[in-house]
Ligand binder design. Structure first.
Ligand SMILES: CC(C)(COP(=O)(O)OP(=O)(O)OC[C@H]1O[C@@H](n2cnc3c(N)ncnc32)[C@H](O)[C@@H]1OP(=O)(O)O)[C@@H](O)C(=O)NCCC(=O)NCCS
Length: 151
């Protein structure tokens, strides 16, 4: 199964997969979910990266969004369909991002309570570099700022 999963960089014309990203986002990150239009416009930007993990049957299993300007990238979101978690899909998405951003330093914010995501990022060499107090709403929570690469 895992060998057959493909990671695709979506273009704005990949309407069905972008729509599926918005639907998966609603399931995974309810209060902060992006709309289809947000995914589409990210895929359209020169700086935008929307990666989709797709099964051989063309089903969306996970996605990652990021934006990269010069030598700095922001990982804005990553999610994997609940039924497919713990199979290395988020890892595949991150490895693909690293290959696209090269030497760029990558930043992200994560909810302090999101231990699964923090464990994922640490496995892939992100390190905590700061806290943004009350960064999130619904519920209000601090963000841990993490960095990959750079000094
Ligand atoms: C976080 C998330 C993207 C991980 O996706 P995934 O495909 O299951 O992750 P992987 O299988 O690639 O896991 C890689 C590593 O992450 C860590 N990890 C992932 N899920 C974990 C869990 N439930 N418990 C502990 N560690 C976990 C482990 O170190 C794991 O490596 P291992 O399996 O060799 O131990 C997924 O749980 C998810 O979609 N969560 C909801 C959305 C979310 O919170 N996104 C982050 C927003 S900042």
């Amino acid at each position: 199964m895992m060998q057959k999963i493909k990671i695709l960089k979506l273009s704005p014309e990949n309407t069905e997969l972008l729509q599926a990203c918005a639907e998966l986002d609603k399931i995974c990150l309810a209060s902060e979910a992006w709309s289809f239009e947000s995914f589409r416009s990210e895929a359209e930007k020169n700086s935008g990266i929307v990666l989709a993990a797709v099964s051989p049957e063309a089903e969306l299993l996970g996605f990652l969004t990021a934006s990269c300007i010069l030598d700095t990238a922001d990982l804005t979101n990553i999610a994997v369909s609940p039924a497919y978690r713990r199979n290395g899909i988020a890892g595949m998405l991150l490895e693909t991002l690293f290959s696209l951003t090269g030497e760029a330093c990558i930043f992200l914010e994560v909810r302090e309570s999101n231990q699964n995501a923090i464990a994922l990022y640490q496995k892939y060499q992100f390190r905590p570099v700061g806290v943004r107090k009350n960064f999130y709403q619904n519920p209000i929570e601090n963000a841990i700022l993490m960095q990959y690469g750079g000094n």
